[in-house]
Design a protein around this ligand. Structure first.
Ligand SMILES: C[S@@+](CC[C@H](N)C(=O)[O-])C[C@H]1O[C@@H](n2cnc3c(N)ncnc32)[C@H](O)[C@@H]1O
Length: 300
């Protein structure tokens, strides 16, 4: 049965879920701050804009998490002064540690996307990755993005689940759940400890994702907030199916038991299919069928 929560409860669940997730987030999602992360993030930004990115003097990231986008863009020399905001203090603590390790200076600010504690026209770039689908009132959030951007500034979001792509991804997830016992036997892997499903982050996982988007819906939201030059594109199809299959299988196993060779296969296979998606499918197929949507637009 679908769980109905108030906006306040959704925000609270997001804070708790991501505070718990912060410690292992980078390992779980393969967040990289080396050459791979830098090239992946730069490629996503280039794809979303439809051209090579300019350098932005002041940026604000919404739902910055552990810093995947901002820190990699700083390393690529595309951002001058960076502000990273997030509703989860735990994620921002990990971000600050990551920044320190990389020798980068960023300002962090605990903030809800719907109420940004920044003056009007403070940034040339407002960006985010995998965050819009967590925000209860998106119209209000988009009005905030527009308010804090300087005239001519850019808004850019990537990694948002498309409703159609999300439905398609249920096929590999279901298939993997069915095949999981056979997969564990074949690899000699023990099932996940019995209490894993009771852990707070697992229980909250079902309530923190509140939207999946149609491509037109995302564009409309940006236009309604006053943005122009709105561009929506899609990415990852085969890579996503492969990724969800492997993550679903792995979630049923004791993490300490999953062999290194399997993890390498999952990682390399994902990168290979990402290249295939990029070179073959993303240019030819409509944005809506991909798992991830990207949005870029400008303030007048
Ligand atoms: C899936 S994570 C993505 C983190 C990071 N952007 C990345 O790509 O690795 C979503 C992030 O959005 C944050 N978040 C959720 N709801 C939010 C809200 N209402 N306002 C601001 N941040 C929010 C979470 O705390 C979390 O750090």
């Amino acid at each position: 049965m679908p769980i109905t929560l108030s906006s306040e409860e959704i925000r609270e669940a997001n804070t708790r879920y991501h505070d718990v997730a912060a410690e292992h987030y980078d390992t779980k999602w393969g967040i990289d701050f080396g050459e791979l992360g830098l090239s992946q993030v730069t490629a996503k930004v280039t794809k979303a804009l439809g051209r090579a990115p300019a350098r932005y003097a002041r940026s604000l990231e919404i739902g910055a998490g552990t810093g995947y986008f901002t820190l990699n863009l700083m390393r690529a020399g595309l951002i001058g002064e960076a502000t990273c905001s997030d509703i989860s203090p735990g994620m921002l603590e990990t971000l600050a540690d990551n920044a320190e390790e990389l020798g980068l200076s960023v300002r962090t600010e605990i903030a809800d996307a719907e109420r940004l504690p920044f003056a009007d026209a403070s940034f040339e770039l407002v960006l985010g990755h995998a965050v819009l689908h967590h925000i209860p009132d998106l119209q209000r959030a988009f009005a905030e993005f527009e308010r804090v951007l300087a005239p001519g500034g850019t808004v850019l979001f990537a990694g948002e689940p498309s409703s159609y792509g999300d439905r398609l991804a249920r096929v590999p997830k279901r298939l993997a759940s069915t095949l999981a016992p056979v997969w564990r036997r074949a690899l000699g892997v023990a099932p996940a400890p019995g209490d894993a499903q009771q852990q707070p982050d697992v229980a909250l996982e079902r309530v923190v994702d509140v939207h999946a988007f149609a491509a037109g819906e995302l564009a409309e939201m940006a236009r309604e907030a006053g943005f122009v030059d709105v561009r929506v594109s899609g990415e990852e199809l085969l890579a996503n199916w492969f990724g969800w299959t492997n993550r679903t299988l792995e979630a049923t196993a004791d993490p300490d038991d999953v062999p290194w060779a399997w993890r390498m296969y999952a990682y390399r296979g994902y990168l290979l299919l990402q290249t295939l998606d990029r070179s073959l499918l993303e240019r030819r197929l409509p944005a809506a069928i991909f798992y991830n949507l990207m949005l870029a637009a400008h303030k007048r």
